[in-house]
Design a protein around this ligand. Structure first.
Ligand code: PMV
Length: 289
């Protein structure tokens, strides 16, 4: 029996623009998914397609037990975390000796297959290695870790990443002269943010500008706007949509002392807040229970 866990993630800057080769920054966050794998000839059915694919692609058979602190389908990377943790647990249980690089690559291939080609390597890379990562096209660079105080607001409005990506593609086709400069501006904000990582006021401003630009390409939602405004009004340095938008989550950067006030105000709008910070470990071996 082998148990491994993997963290969730948020996009701090650059979502949607990364699809067009602009830089984006994502960070692994504390809530984790833990997966226990045990050799077995009679694996139980009704597992997730990601887990099915982890077993199929490695050619082994086993049973799986999952414990998750991450809400699924909310843009916090739960499918990538489940996939990376399952591959790591399979590797240990069946002595396959996968390196972290191999796990990240295999997890990306699995996400791509299950999501029918619609996956960027961001989630699988960030959950496997932890920390803060700058993504530009196919290149990934780890940035120095920062002890950010983040509040995530889950609007509980359901959304679909592929529909939002499609929506931006259509808008870009219809109005390239408007949408392309906005995507360029998102890339410029990301580059500015990278230089301001240890200046929370400036970083917060970058988040606010990034949010406005995401609204401008049509991936906003009234529930997200309300959460962003609430976070700013109650003391956040800045706040923005995180991930695909159209529902799902937003993220606020806060001074330490304002965390519970901001989270409480966000909950009062009907959302579900998560107070969190960076995870620097990525996939991690856990004690078997
Ligand atoms: O909603 P999420 O966390 O899956 O983020 C989607 C981010 C996009 O840039 C919109 C798409 C992508 O694959 O990078």
């Amino acid at each position: 029996m082998a148990t491994w866990s993997a963290p969730g993630k948020v996009f701090l800057f650059g979502e949607h623009a990364v699809v067009y080769g602009k830089p984006g920054v994502a960070m692994a966050i504390k809530p984790r998914v833990a997966v226990t794998v045990r050799k077995s000839r009679n694996p139980p059915h009704a597992r997730s397609p990601y887990i099915e694919e982890c077993f199929r692609s490695t050619g082994v058979q086993g049973s799986v037990y999952i414990r998750s602190q991450l809400p699924s389908s909310s843009g916090l990377g739960s499918s990538a975390a489940v996939t990376a943790a399952t591959l790591a647990a399979i590797s240990e249980e069946f002595n396959l000796g996968f390196t972290r690089e191999e796990i990240a690559e295999r997890a990306y291939a699995i996400e791509k297959k299950v999501q029918k080609g619609r996956a960027s390597p961001t989630d699988t890379y960030v959950t496997t290695f932890g920390g803060i990562v700058l993504i530009t096209g196919d290149s990934k660079r780890r940035l120095p870790p920062q002890n950010f105080h983040l509040i995530i607001g889950n609007s509980l409005v359901s959304h679909s990443t592929s529909k939002m990506v499609e929506h931006v593609a259509q808008e870009r086709q219809r109005n390239p002269e408007i949408i392309n400069p906005i995507l360029d501006a998102i890339g410029a904000v990301t580059m500015k943010a990278i230089k301001s990582m240890n200046k929370p006021q400036q970083l917060g401003q970058c988040m606010d500008v990034n949010h406005a630009l995401l609204d401008a390409i049509g991936v906003g939602h009234p529930a997200l706007s309300k959460l962003v405004l609430t976070a700013r009004a109650t003391g956040a340095f800045g706040a923005k949509i995180t991930g695909a938008g159209g529902g799902g989550c937003m993220v606020a950067l806060c001074p330490k002392h304002a965390k519970s006030r901001v989270a409480g105000a966000m909950d009062a709008t009907g959302a579900r807040s998560i107070i969190t910070t960076i995870d620097t470990e990525g996939i991690r071996r856990e004690k078997n229970e």
